[in-house]
Write a protein that binds this ligand. Structure first.
Ligand SMILES: Nc1ccccc1C(=O)C[C@H](N)C(=O)O
Ligand SMILES: [Zn+2]
Ligand SMILES: [Zn+2]
Length: 214
């Protein structure tokens, strides 16, 4: 018998899309509804979904924070696949600053874990954001993708969205709403491709980490 289990361990770092999924205050609630139902005599089950582009685990398109910038269907995919560094930032309160970053990164992609336990059951306003200065420092080290388990790289009440603007200036990519509860700090292979939505300001992701090959 063949087995689908790969020799390299995989961590699913995606939120489960479902009714009750915590969403940004005021944004569209996630909904799913059967449109063809086998219980009603249909040969198959099919559903329709209603959601925000920023539901659950997602990648922001530059269009989200730059009105003339690229939509999610147009961005290169390279940033979303490859070796990454998971950094434990659980000790940081407020905002991740340059002083909270590891001195030596040698990584193109950096993911920050801010939660002890991801808040699956409700929205939390007091998430840990990332400073614009930290983003510029990461860019200077060659980082092209920043990920976080928080719902945004800027604080919820920010109007100036300086972290997003720094990401725009540096032409980096962002993943938000990752689930890193079971992931020890260290190096992994990241695969997190945003859905190809024309005009999309973000794309939902199934994000995974894979143990690196020996
Ligand atoms: N849905 C929103 C509605 C209004 C303002 C922000 C959001 C966001 O989703 C923020 C986001 N996830 C971000 O990319 O930082
Ligand atoms: Zn977003
Ligand atoms: Zn964002």
């Amino acid at each position: 018998m063949s087995s689908w289990k790969s020799a390299r361990r995989i961590w699913d770092i995606s939120q489960t899309l479902r009714p009750g999924l915590p969403v940004w205050p005021g944004d569209t609630e996630f909904g799913i509804e059967r449109t063809w139902d086998m219980a009603a005599g249909s040969p198959v089950n099919v559903a329709r979904m209603v959601m925000s582009t920023h539901s659950g685990t997602h990648g922001d398109a530059p269009l989200h924070y730059g009105n003339d910038a690229a939509d999610i269907a147009s961005v290169e995919l390279d940033p979303y696949i490859g070796e990454c560094l998971v950094v434990d930032a659980r000790g940081v309160s407020g905002m991740i600053g340059v002083g909270d970053l590891p001195a030596i990164l040698s990584a193109d992609r950096v993911l920050f874990r801010t939660y002890d336990a991801f808040p699956h059951d409700g929205w939390r306003e007091d998430f840990t954001a990332i400073s614009a200065e930290a983003i510029r420092w990461l860019a200077a080290q060659g980082v092209k993708l920043i990920g976080t388990d928080a719902p945004s790289v800027d604080p919820q009440n920010s109007k100036s969205i300086e972290a997003h603007k720094a990401v725009l200036d540096e032409d980096m990519r962002i993943l938000e709403g990752l689930v890193l509860d079971d992931v020890p700090a260290g190096r992994y292979e990241l695969i997190a491709l945003p859905l190809k939505i024309a005009g999309g300001d973000a794309g939902l992701c199934r994000a995974i980490l894979r143990e690196l090959a020996e």
